[in-house]
Design a protein around this ligand. Structure first.
Ligand code: ASP
Length: 472
């Protein structure tokens, strides 16, 4: 017999079915045992009455405990009016077990599954993430994330985008954070860097004539964690388009997001359509930040207030963290060093660069920055000027030799955006922490207690790489 999902038992009254899943709860009523069986689709009540079971099943019935994995053959029964459980999607039926097989036994878990009130601490949850993900809320979050990514993928394909994987073993891209370095065995003393974002690759794909690119892209930044920033890695919906104005990029993104929300989260309402476009200066003056929370009712979990922040200054004062750009100390790019100044402000690069405005756009949602992007410089003369202004040395410019080279051969005007998927999901699902929407996140101090990483490596491994660990 083919296994069916618990949810599929609804409407199958009197049929014999086979279901498989975990014991969520076991309740004994005299000789009868009620087993709530959980699979990805829900929970189903199974009634085990010894007299109805075959001999082998009768023998094991008493051994069954929570989190055992079972295979159950039985007959679907309609529940009486009074027995209907409105809290369960399968609440109109139950299965009368005829044959039960234990597929896997389980020890008592280190924390209760499906008891949100008594949630374990972060370390314990992450150490046993596979158990933590059995929580209905966590499972739903991970599935919702998949739904959103699938929606974007399909939408973008329908709109002529191509999904392209760019390298993970890459070279440091100056996105403003510290790199994760990967030592090269074949080229001792040399390092790859994990990409902070596929910024240069996506621009080079525009040079290649790909026209519209996207990627569900892992990005690696060696930064300290905050509730709205993961340590280590996060995912962006990285997009780049050729021959598009900033307005067209914003329109396309806005349309895709609006359709996604209306399709997948019909209970949510978007505060203003079209989304307000706010000048950076105005946002700073009026709200004191560049990711304003424009919700009318901040207590309404279903309100989504999107806005675009535009007209950023091209340059911003460097913070300590920004210095990892490798650029000068005083002036750094507000977004990144490839951002195009407004045409009318190009002369200001020579006279008063601090006043120049850029084609940068940030996407704000309920007080969070959920994406950023820009129209890029496609004229190397302007690019060099920007590099000079942020204090690039000739040595630093040399690191972009490939860029100089590529830009000699016909570069389409282009631009893009990269919405952060983790942050977007956190806001959409009303979670307070990125960990709640990520399957296997690191702890706040950048460890994985489940895999026990980062971890030391063998001396032999280090020798092969020509590395030695300095004792602190
Ligand atoms: N690569 C940029 C970032 O990660 C986004 C973009 O400009 O498209 O912030």
């Amino acid at each position: 017999m083919k296994r069916i999902k618990t949810i599929e038992t609804v409407g199958q009254a009197d049929k014999t079915v086979l279901i498989k899943g975990w014991v969520n709860v076991r309740r004994n009523m005299g000789k009868i045992a009620f087993l709530d069986i959980r699979d990805r689709w829900g929970i189903l009540q199974v009634v085990a009455v010894p007299a109805e079971l075959d001999e082998d099943s009768q023998k094991i019935l008493n051994n069954i405990r929570p989190e055992f994995v079972l295979s159950i053959e039985g007959i679907v029964q309609k529940r009486g009016e009074k027995q209907i459980n409105k809290d369960l999607a399968t609440g109109t039926v139950e299965v009368l077990a005829k044959k039960i097989e234990i597929l896997s036994e389980a020890e008592t878990p280190p924390f209760e599954i499906d008891n949100e009130e008594r949630q374990a601490g972060e370390d314990l949850r992450l150490k046993h993430r596979y158990l933590d993900l059995r929580h209905e809320r966590m499972k739903n979050n991970i599935v919702a994330r998949d739904n959103v990514i699938m929606f974007f993928r399909e939408w973008l394909h329908k709109n002529d985008f191509v999904e392209i994987q760019t390298p993970i073993l890459s070279k440091s891209t100056p996105e403003g954070a510290r790199d994760y370095l990967v030592p090269s065995r074949l080229h001792p003393g040399n390092f790859f860097a994990l990409p902070q974002a596929p910024q240069q690759y996506k621009q080079l794909l525009m040079v290649a004539g790909m026209d519209r690119y996207f990627q569900v892209a892992p990005c690696f930044r060696d930064e300290d964690a905050r509730a709205d920033r993961s340590p280590g890695e996060f995912y962006q919906l990285d997009m780049e388009m050729s021959f598009m104005t900033q307005e067209e990029i914003l329109d396309l993104t806005e349309k895709m997001f609006t359709e996604m929300v209306e399709t997948l989260f019909p209970e949510k309402k978007i505060t203003s359509k079209p989304w307000p476009r706010i000048d950076y200066d105005e946002a700073m003056k009026k709200y004191g930040n560049d990711k304003p929370d424009l919700r009318k009712d901040k207590n309404d979990p279903n309100e989504l207030a999107f806005s675009w922040i535009v007209n950023f200054p091209l340059f911003a004062k460097q913070t300590e963290e920004d210095k990892f750009h490798g650029a000068g100390d005083t002036r750094g790019p507000s977004h990144n060093m490839f951002t195009m100044p407004k045409e009318e402000d190009i002369p200001l690069l020579d006279s008063d660069p601090g006043k120049a405005k850029a084609y940068q756009h940030d996407l704000a949602l309920n007080g969070f920055e959920v994406g950023g992007g820009a129209v890029r410089i496609h004229d190397m003369k302007i690019q060099e000027k920007v590099w000079d202004l942020i204090g690039f040395t000739d040595e630093q410019k040399k690191q972009f030799q490939h860029y100089f080279e590529a830009f000699k051969y016909g570069v389409p005007p282009h631009g893009g955006i990269a919405p952060g998927l983790d942050r977007l999901m956190m806001v959409l699902l009303g979670e307070k922490n990125l960990k709640e929407v990520t399957a296997f996140p690191l702890t706040s101090d950048g460890r994985d207690p489940m895999m026990d990483s980062p971890s030391p490596v063998d001396k032999a491994q280090l020798d092969e790489l020509g590395l030695e660990i300095k004792k602190k």
